[in-house]
Structure formats: structure tokens, C-alpha cells
Design a protein around this ligand. Structure first.
Ligand code: SIN
Length: 495
């Protein structure tokens, strides 16, 4: 049992674009929303997103072309209906968002500017503040919420309250250390993905697979966990990654070269530097494994600093002299295509529990996400989830959370998990080695359990739960990778 019981109508775990899109619509209908977030409100992947939002709004474009590109990038492993819902609703929903005051970059005539990113057949990506799209979208969404939304910062969600397939909320620990049971009519997972399971990542430090691990403990169906997208161009110095160098840099003419100045994507794929992201990431990684340094040559890009203020800031603060026109890069974990199985309206197999954004697997991204489709997913499917909730009446079922008895004796360092994940379920995978990582994970399963079951929260710190969530998510990803024997998209097997 928790220290405090709090009644909530709608409880959202996480504070990124998916979460705020749901909250923005529901609060205007007078619904009371509580958002709990592990860090500060802007500590999420959405705020770090540099690339923009892909939407078929230009004169040359059509949502059917957007559909085609999304399916091709996803290796046709996508859920066609979900993709069609996303791309066909996107133009109107993005126009509505602009009407709330959101300012995307425009040309001298005040028309939206459309940029190019990998695997798009034409320029389709809108940006804000150059490469500050995610942050500016989050800030606009925060302006769009009203006093019906309460944001609880530095409060970690620890376990979902699920009984007989029905959810009645979540257990959190607030900054004073009190365990709270929010009893909610609707509980929404919007916790983001799993980037911190890997040593190099573009993800925020809070993104440790918590949503997926909690969903697993609560009995949620999970899907496509083996599909993890690596971004080819993180700023990388001496093997350490320091942030993203947006694909829009290649869209604007940046070219990947090796130390001799050879263009590494030449002859690898007809779209060269703008080939699908998995193809480019693998090529960069292959050079990296040979001990070569790879650079993004930006000499063809005019006004680089104005066009890419965030990339400029990241580079300059790490001593990269941009006048030399070379940015050292390497790949890093970027986006999880898999997650909690959900419909475009966020419905999961657990009554009263929904998933939106990266934690959800609606099937739109298939085996490899098309660039700039993720902020779009958060906005479009966030709105659909809010509309769904407005249509149904649900009261939280009446039950208490029974504190589990299991505890953990030993836990590894986060860096150990990250290195194992990269070695065994990274950019290139060997099925013959995967048994090894599964055995490694299994030593951390609590005594008396046959899997990563829920823990006694009174005897476990938030830091321990975070590591336990990483173990849970890593174990499930490795199992899913073991179960899929063929190479598809981001799941690339060499044996
Ligand atoms: C980027 O800016 O390269 C990332 C865009 C995305 O992941 O969609």
C-alpha cells in the first residue's frame, strides 16, 4: 500500500509532445489532468529533437506519397491502416496547431519552408528555429495548456496499478520520498523510449525504458521490440557521443567522408547520404569498427550557424572548429520503433491504460522510422487519444495496490548494461551470440521469480528501479531480437 491515495481523472506519465498534445485537448474540455514526470517538464526527447515534422503540405506533395515513403522506410513491416491514419490526418492537425500560435520556419513570402531528410522522396519536413523544432513545439504545447493541468516534476512513476486486466492508476515516489497511489480513471503512458540502454545516444538522460518495463509488469502486450533505430550522426569525439547532428544537415548538402576525404555513401545506396537511416548508420558503424574517423563535410552549406544553431552550439561547446567544415560523427541509439502495442488512439490490451509517443508501438514506423515522423506521431495520435477519452465514460475500478515482496540483491552499473546492449543487440547482431546476453540478464532476475517481476518499492530506491527497468527492457529487447531470425530494417543480423 502507498503512503497517500490521490484521486485523479486523467493521469499522464511523461511530459513530451505526446503527453502535452493529449493534455492540451482535454484541458480545454474542462477535464482535470495530472502529469507526472521524472525530471523537469522539458527533460524529454521531444525537447532535444532537431529534425522537424514531416507533413504533406507543400504544393507538390500528397499524403499518399508520404504514405509510400513511410512504408518503404519501414520495410513494409508497418501497420498500413495506422500509417494511413497518421499521414492523412497530419495536414489538418498541423494547420490547427499553427493556428494555436506555433511558428514554423517560412520563406520570404511567409510560406512554410520544406526541408529534406533521409528516405523522403521530396522536401516535406517543416522546422522551427532552424534545428530547435522539438523545443519550440514543446514550449508552444506548454502555452496551450491551462490551469486544469497540474505538472508534478521530479516525481518518478514506479509501477502501474493493474488487477484482472484493468488499470486504476500508478504508484509514484514524490520528491519528499512519499509513495503515492494516483487512482485515475484514465492512465496514459507517455514515457518515451529506451535510448539510455546504449552507450551512445541522442536521448535525454531520463529515457531508461521505464514505461516499457512498467507496462510489461502490468501485463501489457509489447510489440516489435527488436527494432531500434540508430542515428548515423552523433557528434562523436574519442568514441564519446555529445549530441545529435541533425539529418537535415545532410538534407542541406552535408556529406559523410572518411579521413582521406572519400565519400563513404558513394556506391552503397542510390540515395547516398540520404539513404534510409539504418543503411547510413550501418555504413558509418562499419568504418568506425575499422578504427576510421568519419566526418560530416559541411562545406556546401551556406549560413550553417543560422540554419543549425543547436548543432553549432553542441559543436562549439565541445571544441569543434566549424570553420574547418568538418564535424566528427558516429552512430548512436535514437528511436525505438517497438513498444507497448497500441492503436492510433492509444488503446492497449489493459483497460484504462493508454500509450502515446515513442513508448507506444502503433505500427506506424515498421522496422525503421521515416525521419521526422515521430514528433508528428505525438501530435496526431495525441489528439486522437484525447478524442477517444472524451467519447468514453470510465471510473477507475476500486482496488488497492498490493506491495510486492521481491527485492534485488545485486544490480550492474548502467554502463555495463549499455555496453552489453551495443555488443549484442546494437546496429549489427549475431544470433549465435544472443544466448550469452540473455544469460547475463537472467542472473539479475529476483530470487523466486521467473522474470523481472515487480519489486517491493519500500525497499528499493528510484535509482535501483531505473537500473531494474533498464535490465527489464534490455532483456525483453534481446529476447525479441532472438525470436526474429531474418534481417529486416533496423534488425540487422549477420549470421
Ligand atoms: C534528425 O534531426 O536527424 C532527427 C530527425 C528524426 O529523428 O526524425
Amino acid at each position: 500500500m502507498a503512503d497517500k491515495m490521490i484521486d485523479a481523472d486523467i493521469l499522464i506519465i511523461g511530459s513530451g509532445i505526446g503527453a502535452l498534445s493529449v493534455a492540451g485537448k482535454l484541458c480545454k474540455e474542462g477535464r482535470q489532468i495530472t502529469v507526472v514526470t521524472k525530471g523537469l517538464e522539458k527533460a524529454c526527447n521531444s525537447s532535444l529533437a532537431q529534425g522537424g515534422i514531416s507533413v504533406a503540405l507543400s504544393k507538390e506533395d500528397d499524403y499518399r506519397l508520404h504514405f509510400k515513403d513511410t512504408m518503404a522506410a519501414g520495410c513494409y513491416q508497418n501497420d498500413e491502416e495506422a500509417v494511413m491514419t497518421l499521414v492523412s490526418k497530419a495536414p489538418d492537425i498541423i494547420k490547427e496547431f499553427i493556428d494555436t500560435g506555433m511558428k514554423f520556419d517560412t520563406d520570404e513570402n511567409g510560406e512554410l519552408q520544406f526541408g529534406r531528410e533521409a528516405a523522403h522522396s521530396l522536401n516535406r519536413v517543416i522546422h522551427a528555429g532552424g534545428d530547435k523544432t522539438g523545443l519550440l513545439v514543446v514550449e508552444q504545447l506548454l502555452r496551450n495548456i491551462n490551469e486544469n493541468v497540474t505538472i508534478m516534476k521530479n516525481e518518478m512513476a514506479l509501477d502501474l496499478c493493474v488487477k484482472d486486466g484493468k488499470c486504476n492508476g500508478v504508484i509514484t515516489r514524490d520528491p519528499t520520498g512519499a509513495l503515492k497511489h494516483y487512482k485515475a480513471n484514465h492512465t496514459i503512458l507517455a514515457t518515451g523510449g529506451i535510448g539510455q540502454l546504449y552507450p551512445s545516444t541522442s536521448n535525454d538522460t531520463t529515457i531508461t525504458g521505464d514505461g516499457m518495463a512498467m507496462a510489461y509488469r502490468g501485463g501489457c502486450k509489447l510489440k516489435n521490440l527488436e527494432f531500434i533505430q540508430f542515428h548515423p550522426t552523433m557528434l562523436t569525439i574519442d568514441g564519446n557521443a555529445y549530441g545529435l547532428v541533425s539529418e537535415a544537415v545532410r538534407g542541406d548538402g552535408g556529406i559523410l567522408i572518411n579521413e582521406n576525404g572519400d565519400k563513404i555513401m558513394e556506391g552503397v545506396h542510390p540515395m547516398k547520404d540520404l539513404a534510409p537511416r539504418d543503411v547510413v548508420a550501418r555504413e558509418v558503424y562499419a568504418h568506425y569498427l575499422k578504427g576510421e574517423k568519419i566526418y560530416l563535410d559541411i562545406s556546401a552549406i551556406h549560413d550553417f550557424k543560422e540554419r543549425f544553431p543547436t548543432v553549432t552550439e553542441i559543436c562549439e561547446s565541445h571544441g569543434v572548429d566549424l570553420t574547418k567544415n568538418l564535424i566528427p560523427v558516429g552512430p548512436g541509439a535514437h528511436f525505438h520503433m517497438g513498444g507497448v502495442e497500441a492503436t492510433p488512439c492509444g488503446v492497449t490490451n489493459i483497460d484504462g491504460l493508454y500509450a502515446v509517443g515513442e513508448v507506444a508501438c502503433t505500427g506506424v514506423h515498421g522496422a525503421n522510422r521515416l525521419a521526422s515522423n515521430s514528433l508528428l506521431e505525438g501530435i496526431v495520435f495525441g489528439k486522437l487519444l484525447a478524442e477517444h477519452i472524451l467519447e468514453i465514460e470510465r471510473k477507475a475500478p476500486d482496488f488497492e495496490y498490493i506491495m510486492p515482496e521481491h527485492t534485488v540483491d545485486i544490480l550492474p552499473e548502467k554502463s555495463e548494461i549499455q555496453n552489453k546492449m551495443m555488443e549484442f543487440v546494437g546496429i549489427v547482431r549475431h544470433r549465435s551470440h544472443m544466448g550469452e546476453i540473455l544469460n547475463w540478464f537472467e542472473q539479475f532476475i529476483p530470487k523466486g521469480c521467473d522474470t523481472f517481476a515487480a519489486l517491493d518499492l519500500t525497499k528499493t530506491t528510484n535509482e535501483q528501479i531505473e537500473v531494474y527497468n533498464m535490465l527489464t527492457a534490455g532483456y525483453l529487447i534481446a529476447k525479441a531480437a532472438m525470436d526474429r531470425s531474418e534481417s529486416i530494417g533496423a534488425h540487422y543480423i549477420v549470421d
